[in-house]
Ligand binder design. Structure first.
Ligand code: ZN
Length: 89
């Protein structure tokens, strides 16, 4: 079996620096990339956007594409950076 971290790294390589991150709160799986410590790009898939209640609440009826992230996912992304699973590049 291939460790999940290895798979994440391979995906990041294949998809131009995007790393799959799951929200520690709602379990939504998104792809994230950090271009600098201050700048994070997050790609939400439709199922992920549906599974995150916080994102839906933050959107307040607007398209969820306009909402950058839910607060818990931001924490998950910061944690991934600290653990070296998400590289700033
Ligand atoms: Zn969430």
């Amino acid at each position: 079996m291939i460790p999940a971290d290895t798979l994440a790294e391979r995906r990041a390589y294949l998809e131009g620096g995007l790393t799959e991150i799951s929200c520690g709160h709602c379990g939504a799986r998104v792809r994230a990339r950090k271009a600098s410590p201050q700048q994070t790009s997050v790609q939400w898939t439709t199922p992920a956007a549906r599974s995150c209640a916080r994102l839906a609440a933050a959107a307040g009826g607007r398209p969820t594409a306009l909402v950058p992230t839910c607060p818990e996912l931001r924490d998950s992304i910061d944690g991934a950076v600290r653990e070296g699973r998400l590289e700033v590049n």
